[in-house]
Design a protein around this ligand. Structure first.
Ligand SMILES: *[C@@H]1O[C@H](CO)[C@@H](O)[C@H](O)[C@H]1NC(C)=O
Length: 312
């Protein structure tokens, strides 16, 4: 949609899924179900870790951070998406748009850092078990979690500040279902080459360094596992790491697909599909993977349910 010349844009239109009217009800139902799984599953994990002393170790503290982030992350985009399915008017104010963009990148990049911290935790536990109490105690764990949140915040501030300073004067229709940097760069009425390059460099640097750290940890972990003599220990190590690795691959794959492609090769449909994965499906994945595969989380859940029902 074109807005009059000279006037500044005060709101954007999120097209979302308006181009596929026949799928509206199906998508609304699908996304609602996944949103409920995300909320229910991740809240359960956070509450289990906080209340069950058996889970008071770094691995589960970090897992609770991941679940907490998943809740925040999906709340940035999904409620607005669901409301837009039901309403005719799908506008978002300029401030709303920048706020959404900020928290989307804040929670998203903090999650990348937490995944990195989790792989370091597993690396120390499996490759250096004797020094685990020194290398990964509560203090180190708090430091890792805290720095993840700080790095995530600083990283998102770069995008927030740069994007909020762009002038928008002509077009205001975003084909995606939430505000992100790339679609806004396309709408700005100045040359955004500098912003585009910065987006690719900063995001590329953060994503690739976090991903490489995770991969290096897992390289060492797998060579340690292969050298293990006890079958029991090997099985336990494989089981905890497999669930973590599944989450990591899913997460980085979608993030790298979305941001490392140059803006000139901007494929709308592909972007929208990876956006659905990042915002709707991935946050629901952690609780499913961790509770289905992880024996300690399962028995904690069982203990909690049994004590709760005994009280009644
Ligand atoms: C995140 O991790 C820190 C560090 O261990 C922990 O103290 C905190 O309780 C965790 N946050 C949540 C929401 O679980």
């Amino acid at each position: 949609m074109e807005v009059g010349n000279g006037s500044r844009i005060t709101e954007f239109i999120l097209l979302g899924f308006k181009d596929v009217p026949e799928l509206q009800m199906f998508l609304f139902a699908l996304f609602s179900v996944f949103f409920l799984i995300t909320l229910g599953g991740n809240f359960t994990i956070v509450i289990l870790v906080i209340t069950d002393p058996h889970l008071h170790i770094p691995m589960y503290f970090l897992l609770a951070n991941l679940s907490f982030l998943d809740i925040c992350y999906s709340n940035v985009t999904v409620p607005k998406l669901l409301v837009n399915f039901l309403s005719e008017k799908t506008t978002i104010s300029f401030q709303g748009c920048i706020t959404q963009l900020h928290f989307f990148h804040f929670f998203g990049s903090t999650e990348a850092m937490i995944l990195c911290a989790m792989s370091y935790d597993r690396y120390v536990a499996i490759c250096n078990p004797l020094r685990y109490p020194i290398l990964m105690n509560t203090k180190v764990c708090i430091l890792l979690a805290l720095s993840s949140w700080v790095i995530g915040f600083l990283y998102s501030m770069v995008h927030t500040i740069l994007t909020s300073r762009l002038p928008f004067c002509k077009y205001n229709t975003i084909s995606n279902f939430y505000c992100d940097v790339k679609p806004l760069l396309k709408l700005a009425c100045i040359n955004t080459q500098f912003n585009e390059r910065l987006l690719n460099i900063v995001t590329g640097f953060i994503a690739l360094s976090a991903f490489s750290l995770v991969m290096i940890s897992y390289y060492h972990i797998s060579s340690s596992i292969l050298k293990m003599h006890s079958i029991n220990g090997r099985e336990k190590a494989i089981s905890t790491c497999a669930s973590h690795l599944t989450v990591v691959c899913f997460y980085y794959e979608t993030a790298i697909c979305t941001y490392l492609r140059p803006t000139s090769e901007y494929f709308l449909e592909q972007d929208r599909i990876s956006a659905i994965f990042v915002t709707v499906f991935t946050p629901a994945l952690n609780p499913i993977i961790y509770t289905l595969r992880n024996k300690e989380v399962q028995s904690s859940l069982r203990r909690t349910i049994i004590t709760k029902t005994n009280f009644c």
